[in-house]
Ligand binder design. Structure first.
Ligand code: BG6
Length: 485
């Protein structure tokens, strides 16, 4: 696919996201020849840097965050010539706007203009007001808003109202990078292009579903943001609920942006509201503590933050339920945490046991694992005759597809495709405003219940699979978390 040249302006350009994700993603698209020659990438942030300073930071970042095999110095230098920097506080109407105005009103300016907001979400409204007052929002302008949009339904609505004052909904791209992950998109193909699965995709055949996003990293340098947010706002309100939508939605009537998003919205609106009793029994919150593993000291959350106390959760497990005929009675277990035993994001579909068995030992139920990352792929557990035993003996095995080696391709980072969708103006994989509202509506009672102390903060050792309470949440129903096939 070819693109027309564009101007890509990043507010919050000196932050982590720009260095780790945005510039590497654009670089890969440059290698893939999707970034036309006249394109400009303009970093904007308060620090007083020159173009050269910012290019130096970008160079260091690329050399750290792109794969070693792709660190071609010549290509990196070519890419860096597209990068500019303006020292500007986007939220300040009296900031040095002339520098960005000059760039965007110059002869070299490109018609397609993307403003990427990688700042604190509470600044999105101010930045939009300023862009509008400075007449920088043209008819080909799109803004990309990073998650989480707000910290509650009210703050999300306020941000969406303020941004929506200046731009129509189809120019507002709320990004959730989990929707950029190949394997999350692949759920659509897996379900709707394989009748063998879709016919079984309901409470008739499915016992329960697990969605895990486990990380080994701690909060690192993001403590300032994270301690005010916590895992429920940081991961569940957006990423995990979006994955849940892809797993649970009915087939959309087409792959148009509205048809797909209408189906996701239906799922969010069908989530069973969490009452105080349900919050008590169906939610777990945890925080990691210091640990020693293989002689290595792994800092606890408080140690990383250099604080004496914090009530912020770094781990969440929730039993969610969907009030529809398809899903009634099927628990959706959601789990996410920092400093867990492994970096893995996975969906597990546990099928029901057969009520009848021909064999002396009842067969294990089938289980489908959809590995979102790393090692993107799918495995299906199966029962076969145990070749070393008599004809009545069964053995569990599985069919496994690892996508990357199977298709001989590099699996692109989730931001790569999404950034280019924003350039193209394709909102299919971005979050519509009503989805944000519906997600907050379901999350908010949990946040409120937790704030009232309904669920104590459990502790888990850094490097473990989370607090014991998360296992008990499933054990109550005779279920377990499945880590690996
Ligand atoms: C981000 C969260 O949205 O997702 C981070 O703010 C988290 O806290 C990250 O580390 C996880 O993304 P991924 O793609 O590594 O699973």
């Amino acid at each position: 696919q070819t693109y027309s040249p564009f101007d890509f302006i990043i507010f919050g350009a000196t932050g982590d996201l720009t260095t780790r994700k945005l510039l590497p993603a654009l670089f890969y698209r440059y290698l893939d020849k999707q970034i036309p020659a006249e394109t400009r990438i303009i970093g904007a942030a308060r620090s007083p840097l020159t173009d050269e300073d910012f290019r130096g930071r970008a160079r260091d970042g690329l050399n750290q965050f792109i794969q070693e095999a792709d660190r071609n110095p010549e290509k990196i230098e070519e890419f860096l010539t597209k990068i500019h920097y303006v020292s500007l506080d986007g939220a300040d109407p009296n900031g040095k706007w002339s520098s960005i105005e000059d760039l965007l009103n110059s002869k070299q300016a490109n018609p397609v203009r993307i403003f990427y907001f990688a700042t604190a979400p509470r600044l999105y409204g101010d930045i939009c007001d300023n862009l509008s007052n400075k007449k920088l929002l043209t008819k080909d302008t799109r803004v990309v808003l990073e998650k989480p949009i707000g910290t509650s339904l009210e703050t999300a609505q306020e941000i969406n109202n303020r941004v929506g004052k200046h731009l129509p909904e189809n120019h507002i791209f709320r990004i959730d990078h989990y929707l950029g992950k190949e394997t999350v998109q692949n759920i659509l193909a897996l379900r709707f292009a394989n009748p063998v699965f879709e016919r079984l995709w309901s409470s008739d055949s499915i016992d329960f579903i697990e969605i895990t996003a486990a990380e080994t990293v701690g909060v690192g340098k993001r403590g300032g943001y994270y301690d005010g947010a916590g895992a429920l706002r940081d991961m569940v309100q957006n990423h995990l609920l979006q994955v849940l939508c892809m797993v649970a939605m009915d087939p959309p009537i087409s792959l148009s942006e509205d048809d797909l998003r209408n189906e996701k919205l239906k799922v969010l609106r069908s989530l069973k509201p969490m009452t105080e009793d349900m919050i008590k029994t169906d939610t777990v919150r945890g925080q990691y503590t210091t640990n020693e593993q293989n002689g290595e000291h792994i800092p606890g959350y408080l140690e990383e933050l250099n604080k004496d106390s914090s009530n912020t959760e770094t781990f969440v497990a929730i039993k969610a339920q969907i009030n529809t005929s398809r899903w009634s009675g099927v628990p959706f277990y959601l789990r996410t945490g920092k400093r867990m035993a492994e970096k893995t994001s996975e969906i597990v579909i546990q099928f029901k046991k057969s009520a009848w068995s021909l064999f002396p030992t009842a067969p294990e139920p089938n289980r489908l694992h959809i590995r979102i990352q790393p090692d993107e792929g799918v495995s299906l557990s199966m029962q076969v005759k145990d070749p070393s035993k008599s004809h009545t003996s069964l053995r569990s095995t599985f069919i496994d597809i690892d996508f990357s080696p199977a298709f001989h391709i590099r699996y692109p980072d989730s931001y790569e495709g999404l950034l280019m969708d924003a350039v193209k103006g394709d909102p299919l994989l971005f979050i519509r405003r009503d989805e944000v509202d519906a997600a907050w509506k379901w999350i908010e009672p949990i946040l409120d219940g937790w704030a009232r102390g309904v669920v104590p903060l459990s502790q888990y050792k850094a490097g473990s699979w989370g607090p014991q309470e998360a296992n008990e949440l499933l054990a109550k129903e005779g279920h377990i978390w499945h880590e690996d096939m």
